[in-house]
Design a protein around this ligand. Sequence first.
Ligand SMILES: [Zn+2]
Length: 89
Amino acid sequence: MEEKKVICPNCGSSKCIKNGRVNNKQTYLCKSCYSRFSLDRIRKRYPNEIKKTAVKLYKDGYTLTEISKKLDIKIQTIHYWIKNSRNGR
Ligand SMILES: [Zn+2]
């Protein structure tokens, strides 16, 4: 049930294991880079400029894959931004 895929915010690896709880928050340990993190921190905030750049590149005709590689951001994230930028803002 709780087996969501957890991605390391540090290196992007999905080889993360549960590492106990701290202050009632589940923490994880990345087996690739050994950084520890909690789910709260996974939502990495990207600066607006990167968002704009991604959306702009998309409008310029780049594919999601290309943008993802260029900016080193997950395709899902970029897709989300593009969807959002279409809905008004
Ligand atoms: Zn990692």
